[in-house]
Design a protein around this ligand. Structure first.
Ligand SMILES: Cc1cc2nc3c(=O)[nH]c(=O)nc-3n(C[C@H](O)[C@H](O)[C@H](O)COP(=O)(O)OP(=O)(O)OC[C@H]3O[C@@H](n4cnc5c(N)ncnc54)[C@H](O)[C@@H]3O)c2cc1C
Length: 389
């Protein structure tokens, strides 16, 4: 292993892989990515992988818009095709959700995003299996969809080797070393790497790593799960369906399969990040099924195929922490993916790489600076607290 680098990125999920990719692509020199398990082993590899622009603040909308652009052109922008399936993202809203929905539509249109406003009558032919009885209004993003999170992460890492990125899987970072207050090295399982720049993209373990240099991030961790159901209908025309009323989302997982998960607001399920059940237990499965049976009644006639559980790392305002720590030259955070950062990973990595290399970013991400919490500059959402930002 190299014992010096121009930058060390800690964490091989989508946030670390993206930042490392774009640092290398922008010519920052020798970049080392450390992943204590395997690439995309934790949240990223278990993501439902929605790529949508349905957000209610300008920074996130711009990042999500850039994500759609990047995934649409994976070979050029992300180092390879990421199996982006633009099946459309459809939000079903009842009377109470119309106002927030219109806010989102207006913001999207201000940014030039293609979006359609629909009535239940517009949907009944396309989606005869969906119960639209309580739905008053629907929003469709035709260009949104989902991609393959493991493939995306590998593409980003492997394609950047030609520009100087070296990834070490199975090698953990133990601590960051400061000399005279600035980053000077990373202590790893295989010994130290001298470096002037470190990016903390350690996901759920980002707090633990921050503590090694006196940073105390306020995070919570929640167990999140998805299930795959065999269903008695063809999913060819089924979009990504989000349902803020019942707090359930679903999308095709195969020709006659749906991936189904729960949205917020709901109870956070705290977990021990080093020791939690990664399978879907019966109680979790029933919680998901109870909701999807209401929205898509014929799923009752289907069967459970498989499922998995992983985690959200949640910040105090449900938005990621991305940027420098002004008191610690050479240190950058790219943390707290909440429920958004599979899609936001590539544009955030690109923007953070611009900040680190001193280039002008396409998108101004200073709003995501980690210091916003002590400054009281929190993000809010048209939907209230939760991952529906
Ligand atoms: C069930 C579920 C569904 C989701 N659905 C969506 C969705 O539809 N759309 C969306 O955009 N987002 C979704 N998300 C959220 C998204 O997956 C996360 O926001 C994103 O993956 C976070 O990426 P990350 O790189 O921060 O974390 P991770 O993927 O967890 O990566 C962090 C990595 O750092 C490594 N690491 C930790 N400590 C160290 C260390 N000391 N040294 C070396 N390596 C270390 C870990 O092993 C891990 O691989 C979902 C998440 C879950 C769990």
């Amino acid at each position: 292993m190299h014992d010096t680098a121009d930058a060390v990125v800690i964490g091989g999920g989508i946030l670390g892989a993206s930042t490392a990719h774009f640092l290398a692509k922008k010519g920052f020199g020798q970049i080392i990515l450390l992943e204590q398990r395997t690439l995309a082993a934790v949240s990223t590899g278990h993501s439902a992988a929605a790529i949508r622009t349905f957000y209610s603040n300008p920074v996130t909308v711009q990042l999500a818009q850039r994500a759609v652009e990047m995934f649409s052109n994976g070979e050029e922008e992300l180092g390879g095709d990421c199996d982006f399936r633009q099946i459309g993202y459809l939000a079903l809203l009842d009377e109470a959700g119309i106002e927030a929905g219109k806010t989102v539509v207006q913001l999207q249109r201000e940014h030039g995003i293609r979006i359609e406003e629909l009535t239940p009558a517009d949907l009944s032919d396309r989606l005869p299996m969906v119960n639209l009885d309580d739905i008053s209004y629907a929003i469709l993003e035709p260009d949104s969809g989902f991609a393959d999170p493991k493939k995306t992460t590998r593409n980003l890492v492997e394609s950047a080797s030609e520009w100087g990125l070296t990834a070490h899987e199975g090698v953990g970072a133990r601590s960051i070393t400061l000399t005279n207050g600035r980053v000077s090295a990373v202590e790893t399982d295989n010994g130290p790497i001298q470096t002037p720049v470190v990016i903390n993209a350690a996901g759920g373990w980002g707090r633990q790593l921050g503590l090694t240099i006196g940073l105390n991030y306020s995070f919570r961790w929640s167990r999140e799960y998805d299930v795959v159901l065999n269903v008695p209908f063809d999913t060819a025309d089924y979009p990504w369906l989000t349902d803020p009323q019942l707090c359930v989302y679903s999308r095709p997982a195969g020709p006659r399969q749906l991936l189904v998960g729960l949205g917020f607001p709901k109870e956070i399920e705290p977990l021990d990040i080093d020791n939690y059940d990664t399978t879907v237990d019966d109680a979790s499965r029933h919680r998901v099924e109870e909701k999807i049976f209401q929205r898509v009644p014929s799923t009752r006639e289907g069967s459970f195929d498989h499922g998995w559980a992983s985690m959200y790392t949640i910040s105090d305002d449900w938005h990621p922490l991305v940027g420098p720590e002004p008191e610690i030259p050479g240190y950058f955070a790219c943390l707290a993916g909440n429920g958004h950062c599979f899609k936001l990973g590539p544009p955030l990595g690109e923007a953070l790489a611009d900040v680190i290399t001193g280039n002008a970013s396409k998108i101004d991400i200073t709003g995501l600076r980690p210091s916003r919490f002590i400054e009281g500059d929190y993000f809010t959402s048209a939907w209230g607290s939760g991952n529906r930002a």
